[in-house]
Ligand binder design. Structure first.
Ligand code: NAD
Length: 365
């Protein structure tokens, strides 16, 4: 039977939503519902110490609301770390729209969602993510200015992301081989999509020996021909005699099974969530003597590109900022070996340290 409780009787620890927010210290959640358009969304603002919370909107047919809540809490926290370690004055946020991206989209739904984003008055800035197209974002932008990555603005972030991955890879090479030259190094690039192809282009210019795989045969053939790369099978890529593995397609490809096969000394790629289980595989990689460039630090070019749009900065500025990923990765790798702590943990610490330091600066005099 439904029970009406006095507020005094309510034990907040029993409230799964607030308990989940407090677990990772989220600042704010906004639950959005609109019966007319079918909009059901959650906007999560994790941390705004460094600046407004920036992170994309994902549209996904979650099995239930708790799954959507978990995802938005996890992703928004991840954005706080990514924005912090990249030296941006941005906090972390994310939004999820619950529903099938193939059948539920409408102009009205996205404009209604835009109104909710606007109600946060700039505390949250949104962008595209999985399941969302530039057209959808154009509708969102009709109701709020707090959107980035629109057509005709900062443009495709992939060249900036690829540049960051390329310089981050060089920083790892410096640590392992004593020189950051990639000439003659065997690099296996998994996925030659937007980012992967730009990365292959940079590697080819430096005369690396490139191996590529992709599920999309036409891209594979074209990229192989254009840059003189060797084509390998989807599963075969893990067995290539390589120096560097660059995952640029899927998450979770660094796992028990692949780690027993990978012969590389460096893992440096664009994909998100490369370690299947951060705590397990982050340590396992280190124990195997492989240098792992933490994904959220090395693939930050995309968010750097968004930041340039927020601040009205040029694409030249964005490329220059992505260049700093070299130093970031170099610092992470050095600290990891000095403190004997896996690189992903060092990256988390560095992100937290910056938030704590800048939080202190922002206190009233
Ligand atoms: P994309 O969709 O353009 O490219 C991915 C490529 O991987 C496609 O060509 C696809 O056919 C291929 N692929 C899919 N499954 C594969 C498999 N099993 N084996 C080999 N190839 C496979 O995506 P993108 O924009 O190039 O992004 C690549 C990765 O980097 C994604 O994980 C993305 O989340 C991440 N990332 C991208 C950016 C960016 O700026 N685009 C920024 C940060 C992170």
């Amino acid at each position: 039977m439904f029970e009406v409780k006095n507020i005094e009787d309510t034990n907040l620890a029993e409230n799964p939503v607030i308990a989940q927010m407090s677990q990772y210290n989220h600042e704010q959640l906004l639950f959005c519902n609109d019966n007319e358009t079918g909009l059901k969304a959650i906007i999560a603002v994790h941390n705004t110490v460094l600046g407004p919370a920036l992170g994309g909107t994902r549209m996904w047919a979650y099995n239930n609301e708790m799954e959507a809540l978990n995802d938005v809490l996890r992703l928004s926290r991840g954005m706080t770390y990514k924005n912090s370690i990249s030296g941006l004055n941005l906090g972390g946020g994310k939004a999820v729209i619950i529903g099938d991206a193939r059948s539920m989209k409408s102009e009205a739904l996205f404009r209604r969602f835009g109104k909710f984003v606007n109600s946060l008055a700039g505390k949250y800035i949104t962008a595209e993510d999985v399941g969302i197209s530039p057209v959808d974002m154009t509708y969102v932008s009709m109701e709020t200015d707090h959107v980035v990555g629109l057509p005709g603005k900062s443009g495709d972030p992939s060249p900036v992301t690829a540049h960051g991955v390329y310089v981050g890879m060089k920083a790892c090479a410096k640590n392992v081989y004593g020189s950051d030259s990639l000439t003659g190094k065997k690099v296996a690039v998994q996925g030659v999509g937007h980012v992967g192809e730009y990365l292959v282009e940079a590697l080819a210019k430096e005369n690396a020996e490139i191996y590529i795989s992709d599920i999309h045969e036409p891209s594979l053939k074209r990229v192989a021909q254009q840059y003189g790369a060797h084509v390998v099978g989807l599963d075969e890529i893990y067995d290539v005699d390589m120096d560097i593995y660059a995952p640029c397609a899927l998450g979770a490809t660094v796992n028990d099974e692949t780690l027993s096969r990978l012969k590389c000394s460096i893992i440096a790629g664009a994909a998100n969530n490369q370690l299947r289980k951060e705590t397990v595989h982050g340590r396992m990689v280190m124990d195997k003597g492989i240098i792992y460039a933490p994904d959220f630090a090395i693939n930050a070019g995309g968010v750097i590109n968004c930041y340039s749009e927020v601040k009205g900065l040029s694409s030249v500025w964005a490329m220059g900022k992505a260049e700093e990923i070299y130093n970031t990765i170099e610092n992470i790798v050095k600290r990891s070996s000095a403190e004997n702590i896996p690189t992903y943990q060092i990256a988390n610490k560095m992100a937290e340290e910056r938030i704590a330091a800048i939080g202190n600066v922002k206190l009233p005099l």
